[in-house]
Design a protein around this ligand. Structure first.
Ligand code: NI
Length: 191
């Protein structure tokens, strides 16, 4: 297995519409998927799509770490999973807003609107059909990764650019806001 080089925003490969995988069981696809999983864990990230590692094919890997799942009572952890030739459709109209990052856009994040519930279908490297419903964080990751296969990066989905920035600055601002609120609370308690 190998850690693969990750293409960064600005590289035209990230803007391409990817081609379907003709033979999901081919040894080179199996090897690619294993390398993508290793690369995702090493980064570390929660999803990685073909074009991000310079392979413009319709497949992505993802995972929902236990710590992310535990923040949401409706969520469950998902181990490293591959979805080849995925089809994703929203269920219902409900949209959620949450922070999102991307391994191709290091050190930044933004608030991105996504469908809260989706239905997905694809195959794995053994040709097994993988299908089901995903909610919230799990659904968000799959929509983000599926977008990569159509040349869409998350900044193209941002609706309010006040919530787009460098992690270090956003963390600092959030910390400052917390401190101010604490101070106000202490003043209120003291009166
Ligand atoms: Ni991404």
């Amino acid at each position: 297995m190998a850690i693969l080089k990750i293409a960064r925003m600005g590289n035209p490969i990230l803007l391409q519409k990817c081609e379907p995988v003709a033979n999901p069981g081919a040894p080179e696809i199996r090897r690619l998927v294993a390398d993508m999983m290793q690369t995702m864990e090493d980064a570390p990230g929660v999803g990685l799509a073909g074009p991000q590692v310079y392979v413009p094919l319709r497949l992505f890997v993802f995972r929902v770490p236990a710590e992310r799942a535990s923040a949401d009572p409706a969520a469950r952890a998902v181990p490293n999973t591959v979805l080849i030739n995925p089809e994703i459709e929203p269920i219902g109209e409900e949209i959620g807003l949450n922070w999102e990052g991307c391994l191709s856009i290091p050190e930044m994040r933004a608030v991105v609107p996504r469908a809260l519930r989706i239905r997905y279908r694809g195959v794995d490297c053994d040709g097994n059909v993988i299908e089901g419903e995903a909610h919230r964080f799990h659904a968000r990751i799959m929509q983000h990764e599926n977008d990569h296969l159509n040349g869409i990066l998350y900044p193209m989905r941002v609706t309010d650019f006040r919530y787009f920035g460098f992690n270090a600055e956003l963390d600092r601002a959030a910390e400052e806001q917390r401190r101010q609120q604490q101070e106000q609370q202490q003043q209120a308690d003291g009166q």
